[in-house]
Design a protein around this ligand. Structure first.
Ligand code: ASP
Ligand code: MG
Length: 422
């Protein structure tokens, strides 16, 4: 059994979906569990629907939803060559449910409504791909992952109940393969014990696929992307990037942690725990070697790995009454950050101050300041970038930093981080 994951970019157009079909057709005798995310920018569009609904701008929300419907129906029609197909009834049902949600008064949290609406993207894309595959002879079974992935009700960042979910996988997913070689299901979403839809965090489909790979004891997981494989830096930001043919789980988890948008950070653990290799391959040309991620990579020396996180803020937190910011105060501060779900990307402390770099999220910063201001004076600096380089070389580092004002720096033998203003 292999687990495949196709992301939004591979479903960007009718042509690309046909390419995905060709990839799958080239594995004729494999048992495949295929995890699919929403088409192209659908998740972003659905986020706008949720925002407008919650702001009670219901007409705008309905119009945005209608646009999404039209776009999906068009793609489905182009793929199937007809509108006379049960798929269209199914799509209609999904939209009707979303319209019901839009008709409600928003009495619950934003995150709850977000999940009820945004989870639609994956239901639509998987239904379309499944119907299209069946129509071209790629026989498959569509699975609603919400019957399998049980989570808590931490909406927008739900946590999987591993024991319950494993039982569902064993009892409901494994038997499907007695009658079919291919199961198609949604990434990114799940369900609470109250049958409320949840999402697992943006870009979470990689993680969904890894959970399946773990629970099905898959021989490998493949993430099909529109790039050649993992590179040592984002080619959109840096020239002269190189491909990495092989890399360890631990290196990738570090890269993802520092903000490389290669693979969802939660993806590695379920795979590492069962020693399942993760392959990153290009769906535009499956003969390209791609990248293999596994326990120990057979590579003596990795190239310098460069990650740039933009839109960062430096928060300087100073105690008003000159009391020291040591263990007890730091643990209070961390508790506040944890409570507001703010991740600290870099931190440093002195006698009476604590500096940290976080992603720029104005609402969260306002809440942080509100909570901290009684005890501390807070100053912040916006519009910054955080560079992380692993296996750095001095020449390269100076070249990258040239002309920037460095506000904070930290280095260890393997890693250097610089927070700068351009
Ligand atoms: N569709 C979701 C997102 O765009 C999940 C994913 O792509 O992995 O965040
Ligand atoms: Mg996506």
């Amino acid at each position: 059994m292999k687990v495949f994951k196709f992301g939004g970019a591979s479903l960007e157009s009718v042509e690309r979906i046909r390419q995905v079909a060709q990839i799958v057709q080239s594995f004729p005798d494999e048992k495949l569990l295929i995890v699919i995310s929403a088409m192209a920018k659908t998740t972003n569009e659905l986020e706008k629907v949720a925002q407008n609904f919650f702001l009670r701008k219901r007409e705008i929300a309905a119009q945005l939803l209608f646009n999404i419907e039209e776009q999906h129906v068009n793609v489905a029609e182009a793929l199937l060559g007809t509108k006379d197909h049960p798929l269209f009834i199914q799509l209609q049902q999904f939209f009707t449910e979303a319209e019901w949600t839009l008709g409600e008064k928003p009495l619950r949290t934003y995150d709850y409504y977000y999940d009820q609406l945004v989870s639609l993207g994956e239901l639509l894309s998987t239904s379309i791909v499944s119907a299209f595959f069946n129509s071209v002879g790629i026989h498959n079974t569509w699975l609603d992952v919400r019957d399998i992935f049980r989570t808590d009700d931490n909406f927008r960042d739900a946590n999987i109940d591993w024991i319950y979910t494993q039982r569902q996988v064993t009892e409901k997913v494994v038997p499907l393969f007695n009658n079919t070689n291919i199961v198609i299901t949604q990434g990114f979403i799940g369900s609470t014990d109250q049958n409320e839809s949840v999402t697992l965090g943006r870009e979470g489909s990689d993680y969904s696929a890894a959970v399946f790979a773990n629970m099905l004891d898959a021989e490998s997981q493949t993430i099909w992307k529109d790039v050649e494989g993992l590179k040592n830096a984002d080619p959109k930001l840096f020239p002269n990037t190189v491909n990495i043919p092989e890399i360890s789980y631990s290196e990738v988890i570090e890269m993802a942690y520092y903000g490389a948008q290669v693979i969802h950070p939660k993806t590695i653990k379920p795979l590492q725990n069962k020693q399942i290799p993760l392959l990153v391959k290009c769906f535009l040309d499956k003969n390209l070697p791609g990248t293999v991620i596994k326990e120990t990579a057979d590579v003596k020396q990795l190239p310098p790995i460069i990650v740039l996180k933009k839109n960062q803020v430096l928060l300087n937190i100073t105690s008003k009454d000159y009391s020291f910011i040591t263990e007890d105060k730091i643990s209070d501060i961390y508790e506040i950050f944890h409570g507001l779900k703010v991740k600290i990307n870099l931190m440093q402390n002195g006698a009476i101050n604590f500096s940290c770099c976080i992603d720029n999220n104005p609402e969260k910063i306002e809440l942080l300041i509100k909570t901290l201001h009684e005890q501390f004076k807070i100053v912040y600096n916006e519009g910054l970038e955080l560079l992380t380089v692993r296996y750095y070389q001095t020449g390269l580092l100076e070249e990258l930093s040239d002309g920037h004002t460095i506000l904070l720096e930290q280095r260890s033998t393997a890693t250097i981080q610089r927070l700068w203003k351009r």
